[in-house]
Design a binder for this molecule. Sequence first.
Ligand SMILES: Cc1cc2nc3c(=O)[nH]c(=O)nc-3n(C[C@H](O)[C@H](O)[C@H](O)COP(=O)(O)OP(=O)(O)OC[C@H]3O[C@@H](n4cnc5c(N)ncnc54)[C@H](O)[C@@H]3O)c2cc1C
Length: 452
Amino acid sequence: MADSGYAYWGSNLGRATKTNAERESQSAFMLSGNAAETGAGEDREPTAGARSLEMKASFDVLVIGGGPAGSTAATHLAAEGLAVGVLEEHATIGEPVDCTGVIGAEACDRFAIPQELIVGSVGAVTIHSPGGVTATHRSSQPMAHVVDRGKFDRWIARQAQDAGASMLLSARVTDIEYDDRHLRVVCQRPEGERQTYRAAVVILASGPRFALQERLGLGVCPLLWKSAHAELPGDGLPHPQVYLGREVAPGAFGWAVPIRRDGRPWVRVGVNSHAADVQRYLQKLCAERFPHLLPGDGVVQSRSWVIPVVPPPTTYGERVLAVGDAAGQVKSTSGGGIYFGILSAQLAAETVAEAFRRGDFRRTALAVYEKRWRARLGLDLKIGTLFRRLFTRMTDRDMDDLLRALREEEVSSQVSEKVSFDWHRELVLFVLKHPKLARILLRPLWDRPSAA
Ligand SMILES: Cc1cc2nc3c(=O)[nH]c(=O)nc-3n(C[C@H](O)[C@H](O)[C@H](O)COP(=O)(O)OP(=O)(O)OC[C@H]3O[C@@H](n4cnc5c(N)ncnc54)[C@H](O)[C@@H]3O)c2cc1C
């Protein structure tokens, strides 16, 4: 097997060879500095914050980023017996939150997401056109659930820890370089000192930032949506709403999702857009739709972040794979990335486990990862991208017409059969094949070909 001298496949060297001196001198790997913040799983592990794991200089696999994708990959690889470390830049897993937390029912079932993480359910969605036309899709069973995203991330991270992965918090990776038969990973600690680790394989799960991918030759994501979001205290929405229009969310959409947390109602509001001043659009949306929920000064306290809606040129290299947002594995229609990121992280773990069995970490050996995730998600992403491109060219009048057509009973019932919260391919293909809907969606191409 390649890479002699380091933790091998199945050897679990990280836990098996720890010396007392190492135990004493090493700083703590822990899930959170504050046990009270660890969220779901406290019942099983009440002293989680105080539980430290050993730190070592070399790992089989280092995962950069302790979000859902990184922790999923770490769980599966640690369960295979590999020595796995997760480096997370924040002091607490899952904080700060830049997500509404809507996860399709299919994913919730598949991953057995515990009820205590769920703060809302989606049984219907109303779409609002710029001119005030609305169309509502209702489902007999919940299409999706809304999770407490901080707790959700900590729940997955706990699984990684339970499987044997080590987690180092407040560790921001600033550089990665090839070093003989390893990768050297440099990270910055809050006190200012730098620490270097070595790993046979690195998984980039660092969200929608692409400096490390660029450094390793994977390239950057060619299209990022800007996203602003806020949580307003209060009630009044029967179910989630989606808002369209060039004055509402240029290039994408706004949304509002009702939830209940700690027995109180909240509305999670957000705007995705290609516009740079997305926070201004969020402020406007809140002022127009939820004036009664605004604070006294009328100014919404919001956060902004980005969503990679197109994957980077490649998601693998020698000894390296990218997963989740770091690989642009996001629904190109809605920007939802939790489910696709977790599915891809499982495929990444499978590929890395095979690479350890064969002792082959070359680019050519890891290329199968991209084949696998594209086989699973690629067609949906491509067809979603086609829809997004057409949608971006629609005028407000086109959107009004589309919603009017969707309200027609026959169309509405046909569309209902095609709606899937996570997989949008069938619905887009239906729209493209439907004479009336396709005419509206494709109208910008005939009417305004120069915009294409
Ligand atoms: C406003 C908003 C709302 C959204 N709503 C939804 C939704 O409702 N449903 C849905 O499915 N998706 C949603 N998304 C998208 C979803 O949040 C992402 O797709 C998902 O978080 C991707 O998971 P990940 O593990 O790939 O990355 P992340 O969750 O971004 O995790 C990456 C982790 O890496 C860490 N990190 C980054 N750089 C470094 C570094 N250099 N060193 C160490 N650590 C590092 C970060 O701190 C972070 O913890 C939303 C996104 C936004 C912005």
